[in-house]
Design a protein around this ligand. Structure first.
Ligand SMILES: *[C@@H]1O[C@H](CO)[C@@H](O)[C@H](O)[C@H]1NC(C)=O
Ligand SMILES: *[C@@H]1O[C@H](CO)[C@@H](O)[C@H](O)[C@H]1NC(C)=O
Length: 216
């Protein structure tokens, strides 16, 4: 008995380390989200629950995980957040919904968002994003909703986006997009309002008649 009593504390410490440390060392999604947060200004404290010392980010507000504790949604629309998005968002490999609309996000759309193979919805509308729409978004084969309207985006619409056969809603209105509008794939069915208020954007592409990025 004396032997057992003396060994028990040792054993429980051993099992504690064994069960807990693998989870800590695989919390790459929590680390990625925390890296994002560290660059943001959050005057209304919507990110207050984002405690990086927890085993995973699944209990944080505005973060949703699946049954395997993998992040599948980030819901931060209408949250008064200011700051830049970063490459670390590309590490959320299982993300399906990235909802960052109606904030004050600035800077460029990270091309690493093209790594989010499971993304269904990318809503960045009504922010202050500038730069070009990354061509890498054409890798998001599950994408159904791509709303980038009401920002300061420039350059032409990446023609590669016409390969996104699941795309149902596309909106780049109220930006500074130039060139012509693709006419293939899902672009056959988007309404003209999706392209409104881009003073340098010409109409649908007239293949062979003018260069695709005419006026850029
Ligand atoms: C955002 O800021 C406005 C004005 O400062 C405030 O009225 C609103 O409640 C804030 N929104 C959130 C989600 O906290
Ligand atoms: C384009 O701008 C006009 C004038 O500001 C506005 O009334 C209209 O709603 C805008 N179109 C879209 C699709 O937002």
């Amino acid at each position: 008995m004396a032997f057992l009593r003396s060994k028990l504390p040792f054993l429980s410490v051993f099992f504690f380390c064994f069960y807990v440390s693998p989870s800590i060392s695989t919390n790459s999604e929590g680390n990625a989200l925390h890296a994002l947060r560290s660059r943001l200004s959050d005057p209304t404290n919507v990110l207050q629950s984002w405690d990086p010392t927890l085993v995973n980010p699944c209990t944080w507000f505005h973060v949703t995980c699946d049954d395997h504790n993998r992040v599948i949604r980030l819901d931060l629309g209408n949250s008064n957040i200011t700051g830049r998005l970063g490459p670390e968002l590309g590490q959320l490999q299982h993300l399906q919904y990235l909802e960052l609309y109606r904030n004050n996000f600035e800077g460029e759309i990270p091309e690493e968002l093209g790594n989010l193979k499971n993304l269904v919805s990318l809503d960045l509308y009504e922010n202050h994003l500038h730069g070009e729409i990354p061509k890498s978004l054409a890798k998001l084969k599950s994408l159904r909703f791509l709303r980038l309207n009401n920002n300061r985006l420039s350059g032409s619409i990446p023609r590669e986006l016409a390969s996104l056969s699941n795309l149902k809603v596309f909106d780049v209105s109220n930006n500074d997009i130039c060139g012509t509008i693709p006419i293939e794939g899902p672009f056959r069915s988007f309404p003209m309002e999706s392209f409104d208020n881009n003073s340098r954007l010409n109409g649908p592409e007239l293949q062979g008649l003018v260069p695709y990025d005419f006026g850029c």
